[in-house]
Ligand binder design. Sequence first.
Ligand SMILES: [Fe+2]
Ligand SMILES: [Fe+2]
Length: 212
Amino acid sequence: MFRAPASILDQLLAAADEALRTLSGAVTAARPSPATDRAVPSSEADRRTSAGLMRVNHTGEICAQALYSGQALVARDARIRGALQSAAAEERDHLAWCGARLAELGSRPSLLDPVWYAGSFAWGVASGLAGDRWSLGFLAETEAQVERHLEGHLDRLPAGDKASREIVAKMRDDEARHGETGRSLGAAELPYPVKRAMQSASKVMTRTAYWV
Ligand SMILES: [Fe+2]
Ligand SMILES: [Fe+2]
């Protein structure tokens, strides 16, 4: 359906506002953090490992905000736009939980977050423009890859860092549900080269965000 230029401009401004709020850290969680024991690992090596991994997860959630924002901007079907926005609200909780945990671990978000936001937003718009089925396919594949990634972090997070583990476990469960929602709304199966390209991009992100 044709949308008047004013409404497109409104949506662009709303997307820009979302970007600024996400990147400035002005994000509040609607749900309480799943962390029950906020103790920080006693060994410096473990604290650094936790901070690196949680910084990666924080950047992943920055990417999720950007992806969903880009997809919602161009989604054709109001039902799909609604599903994208409600998943994005849960991703905002993840972002706030990871940000708070990073601070507790005495660390900070990745300096490259604006770059990752811009790239993910572009991917979101591109997949949205390809059509709702492809957009949902992209979402379902992203969530599946994130779920596996978080599973890996549960193996790598220090055993003494209960809070980070609780946050990551809850995020993994939410991501699995987001993937199911995408599939139930008619997600297309992405071609293998696209899946590979997504894996490669996320590998670059996870490797750099751990350190920078
Ligand atoms: Fe998430
Ligand atoms: Fe998700």
